[in-house]
Design a protein around this ligand. Structure first.
Ligand SMILES: Cc1cc2nc3c(=O)[nH]c(=O)nc-3n(C[C@H](O)[C@H](O)[C@H](O)COP(=O)(O)O)c2cc1C
Length: 180
């Protein structure tokens, strides 16, 4: 990648991956990106659970009835949890770290996808996070914001079209700009 801007344009959610494993050094760089992320009051209360066992990935993919299938086919999943008792803006802290890891993955030429876990439920009403916490023997006090799926890309996505960005969502100076 030449620049951060170019990386932002090219990053798309990738949901299909080849079977090629991820280089251990790349895994370290991705986790380092998460650990480098800023947090409120520098609390750094996030916890990242790294899973590459195929059987476990398959089980994790059943955490919700829709939109969790990329977990089954990825090389690596990172469960992004956070000690919510240590910081009020825990959702924000975890989200920033997850986004950093996605950008680092993209910079390494890898694909990734955010799988939403917070406020998501299984078909029987069990919270998705409870199912994951039990599988991974995680403490119940550690809410899970998302699972990041990462792997070598097995699909091509078009870069974002900067011509279609929603500039109408940007408000300069105050909410309503006077009609010219
Ligand atoms: C908060 C959040 C939750 C998301 N949840 C899911 C999900 O559960 N499953 C999934 O396949 N993609 C999920 N995504 C990926 C979005 O669908 C994707 O980012 C969006 O469609 C824009 O596409 P792009 O990432 O390719 O630019 C999520 C993304 C965000 C930021």
């Amino acid at each position: 990648m030449n620049s951060l801007h170019e990386l932002l344009i090219n990053r798309r959610s990738i949901r299909r991956y080849t079977a090629e494993p991820i280089d251990a050094n790349d895994v370290k760089l991705i986790l380092e990106a998460g650990l480098l992320a800023p947090t409120s009051k520098s609390t750094r209360a996030w916890q990242f659970v790294v899973v590459d066992d195929k059987e476990m990935l398959e089980k994790l993919s059943h955490c919700k009835p829709v939109a969790a299938h990329p977990i089954a086919g990825c090389s690596l999943a990172i469960v992004v949890a956070v000690d919510a008792e240590r910081t009020e803006p825990w959702i924000e802290d975890a989200s920033v770290a997850a986004a950093y890891m996605q950008l680092q993955a993209e910079d390494l030429g890898l694909g990734s996808c955010w799988i939403q876990i917070r406020d998501r439920y299984m078909a029987d009403g069990t919270p998705s996070q409870e199912y994951i916490q039990e599988l991974l023997e995680m403490p119940e006090t550690m809410p899970i914001v998302c699972v990041l799926t990462i792997g070598h890309k097995d699909e091509e996505r078009k870069p974002q079209d900067v011509e279609k960005l929603r500039w109408e969502n940007v408000h300069i100076g105050k909410w309503r700009c006077d009609e010219q």
